[in-house]
Design a protein around this ligand. Structure first.
Ligand code: NAD
Ligand code: 3PG
Length: 391
């Protein structure tokens, strides 16, 4: 029986993927084999030794101490792209809200509670409406910082609305580059993007390199009146610097998914409470994706969409074969030494795969018979081996 501990509200559609004959799934569980979570922060928690994998039902993994878990051989999964459409739609909403007098206009309408005559109200409205006039998105320039799953979708939608789109992404993957519409112009650097954009939208992960990417210095480059949208992470933007720029009438508006005390009750800030991925569809997509990935890892050792381990998949060699998986420091000789252990114990290898990523290597070895406990112990004792499983 595998045990899965859940944190946060995980879609039932995802949890229902776990066959309850093989899995116990609960928020309160001892010695779990795996976690499924959303934004719950794991940095200050002790990880039980039983945990083999952590599945983040979402995109950002900055709430997981990934480097620390890598050293322990714990696989961290996420759900790339599974909530991208939800975020894209909210970014689009933010752009529309910031360019038209929607919120101020609605607030004004709702303030007319003393009026009882519809005709009078209509007359007043026609007289006052010019103060809520806005501008159109068509023809404006959108700068997209980070052109991954969300950034590329936002870029595509903006193009469809008749906007000009420029993008900046120094770490763009080949796969993401293929996805990108050819009309997206490339900005050489962040400053060039900021100086040309009417709207700037951020879609980068929260990592050291992106901490306060938008700060007092970078805000000097924005066009007067530009709108900044941050549906990525709080840490990417220095909110204090944003407020100063807004007060100086440099930045026009700040639309974000991360309220901070300094941002509250301002007409030029709209801050939603981290609801970018909070749609039924996105929650389902994410939960289903990570549940499937977690099960395939626990039952077969296969790894897909991990943020710290290489992608590794291998068909089972046969129904009566056994599978050994192990991860190790990515140094030479470890696989050879493990194979020597198997040879010394007359364990015949049928098929195997070995892949590495950064400082880690991961291996799946199918063997003719289930290895005895002393064989597993001998593999574990090989220098640089971190974890071993027989499944
Ligand atoms: N508000 C929400 O609810 C919500 C929902 C989903 C994702 N997010 C956040 O959005 C982020 C992006 O999500 P995604 O699904 O598009 O991820 P992704 O991994 O598909 O894309 C991120 C992109 O950022 C690029 N990048 C990395 N460092 C960069 C830098 N310094 N400058 C410019 N580009 C850089 C990468 O190359 C990649 O193309 C997530 O990491 C998460 O923090 C927030
Ligand atoms: O990185 C993400 O996927 C989002 O920030 C969503 O977070 P949530 O799952 O807590 O809504």
């Amino acid at each position: 029986m595998y045990k899965i501990k859940t944190y946060n509200k995980i879609s039932v559609k995802g949890l229902d993927r776990f066959d309850r004959a093989k899995y116990e799934v609960a928020s309160d569980i001892n010695s779990p084999d795996g976690y499924i979570l959303r934004s719950h922060k794991l940095h200050d928690e002790t990880l039980p030794e039983s945990v083999k994998a952590v599945a983040r039902a979402g995109a950002g993994t900055n709430n997981v101490p990934v480097a620390d878990y890598s050293k322990k051989g714990v696989v961290v999964f996420n759900a790339p792209g599974a909530n991208a459409n939800a975020v894209k739609e909210l970014v689009l909403t933010g752009m529309l809200l910031s360019s038209r007098g929607i919120i101020r206009g609605m607030n004004w309408s709702n303030s007319l509670t003393d009026m009882t005559d519809a005709g009078e109200m209509s007359k007043l409205m026609e007289k006052q409406k010019s103060q809520f006039a806005g501008s159109e998105l068509m023809g404006k320039t959108l700068g997209v910082v980070g052109l991954g799953a969300i950034g590329s979708m936002v870029a595509e939608t903006a193009l469809a609305l008749g906007m000009n789109v420029i993008g900046y992404d120094p770490a763009l993957s080949v796969e993401a580059a293929w996805r990108l519409p050819s009309q997206v112009a490339r900005a050489e650097n962040l400053q060039a993007l900021l100086s040309r954009s009417d709207f700037i939208t951020l879609h980068v992960p929260a990592i050291d390199a992106t901490h306060h990417l938008i700060n007092e210095e970078s805000l000097k480059s924005v066009k007067a009146g530009a709108v900044l949208l941050n549906f990525a992470r709080e840490a990417i933007v220095d909110a204090q610097a944003v407020v100063q720029s807004l007060d100086a009438k440099k930045l026009g508006m700040y639309i974000c998914d991360f309220p901070e005390p300094v941002l509250l009750n301002r007409d030029d800030v709209y801050a939603t409470p981290h609801i970018g991925a909070s749609t039924a569809e996105a929650e389902e997509n994410c939960a289903i994706m990570v549940a499937d990935q977690l099960m395939d890892y626990l039952e077969n050792g296969n790894i897909k969409n991990s943020v710290n381990f290489p992608a590794v998949q291998m068909e089972r060699a046969g129904s009566d074969s056994a599978r050994i998986t192990f991860c190790n420091d990515n140094v030479s000789g470890v696989l050879g030494n493990v194979l020597s252990v198997l040879a010394d114990h007359n364990v015949n290898v049928i098929d195997m795969v070995n892949k590495s990523r950064g400082e880690l290597a991961y291996n799946i070895i199918d063997v003719e018979q289930t290895p005895a406990a002393d064989v597993v112990a001998a593999i574990k004792a090989v220098e640089h081996v971190i974890t071993v499983r027989v499944i």
